[in-house]
Structures are given as structure tokens and as C-alpha cells.
Design a protein around this ligand. Structure first.
Ligand code: ADP
Ligand code: MG
Length: 150
């Protein structure tokens, strides 16, 4: 468990994860209540990769794509998804293509459509700050967490 006392700490965790990210296609699930800091973490992540523009949660469009540091990054926010079947229209295979990095807020709304991620990050509100719990669910994900600890 990691203690994130303020917003800067959440941004820094996103940046640290970006800095030691394995190559290739990766899926990361970000869970936690509204306001837990999921989008903040993605913002720190994209900034570390070199993205200088805004990062807003794509609550209405479901996904926002970035091309940054020679890498495609897809940021999903499935909060408004009413039926996992809607993801069929989005064409998930075009995003989870084995090369892109997919960062998914509210993955639980996708039902079984998303599959298991490489890395799961759970954010919870703790007093004024937040706590983060990271879980590697693939070999790449476990290597990622090990690299982060170094
Ligand atoms: P989510 O995407 O999970 O709904 P956001 O990333 O939009 O949450 O963050 C909601 C609010 O929480 C923002 O105002 C952000 O600045 C704040 N926040 C993020 N991380 C922390 C933290 N570690 N401590 C205190 N506030 C934080
Ligand atoms: Mg959000």
C-alpha cells in the first residue's frame, strides 16, 4: 500500500509508473470511487511521457487516445457505460491491439468484456489524502511493480 498525501503524490505515482513501464501492449485498470484520483494519476502518467495538453476524463466519449513518446495511449472512462455490450460498438480490439497502453477507469462497468489487466491500481480516499494498492496480474505487471520498488 502506498500513501499519497496530496495531489502531487498521485501525479508522481503516475509518472513513476510511466518511467518504468514495460514495452509493448499493456492494460491497466484503475478502480476507486468518484474523486479517488484515477484521472489525476493518468494525468501524471501522460505528462511524464511528454504530453503537455489537458487530460480530462472521457466520461461521455468513453475513450480518449494520445500519441506520445512514440506510443499510443488510450484512456478509458467507463463510468457512464450502462451496458457492457456498448463496448462492442466501440470495437475494443482496435484499442487493445497488443501494442498500445490502455488505462481504464471504471473497468468493472465493462463486465467481462475487458479481460484481466497487467496491472490493477485501486485508489481509496484516506483522510485528506489517498491510498493506492497495486497488483500485478501478469508477468509484465509483476515486473513493473518490482521495477517501481527499486
Ligand atoms: P477520479 O478520476 O478518481 O474521479 P480525480 O483524479 O478527478 O478522481 O481527482 C479528484 C480530486 O482528488 C481532484 O481534485 C484531485 O486534485 C484530488 N486528488 C488526487 N489525488 C489526491 C491525493 N493524493 N490527495 C488529495 N487529493 C487528491
Ligand atoms: Mg476520472
Amino acid at each position: 500500500m502506498l500513501v499519497l498525501p496530496d495531489e502531487a503524490a498521485t501525479l508522481a505515482l503516475g509518472a513513476a509508473l510511466a518511467a518504468v513501464s514495460p514495452e509493448g501492449g499493456l492494460a491497466v485498470h484503475l478502480t476507486g470511487d468518484l474523486g479517488a484520483g484515477k484521472t489525476t494519476l493518468v494525468r501524471g502518467w501522460l505528462r511524464e511521457l511528454g504530453h503537455s495538453g489537458a487530460v480530462k476524463s472521457p466520461t461521455y466519449t468513453l475513450v480518449e487516445s494520445y500519441q506520445v513518446a512514440g506510443r499510443r495511449v488510450h484512456h478509458f472512462d467507463l463510468y457512464r457505460l450502462t451496458d457492457p455490450e456498448e463496448l462492442e460498438y466501440l470495437g475494443l480490439d482496435g484499442y487493445f491491439d497488443g501494442t498500445a497502453l490502455c488505462l481504464v477507469e471504471w473497468p468493472e462497468r465493462g463486465g467481462g468484456m475487458l479481460g484481466s489487466p497487467d496491472l490493477s491500481i485501486r485508489l481509496t480516499v484516506a483522510g485528506e489524502g489517498r491510498e493506492a494498492r497495486l497488483q500485478g496480474l501478469s508477468e509484465a505487471g509483476r515486473a513493473w511493480i518490482a521495477a517501481l520498488a527499486n
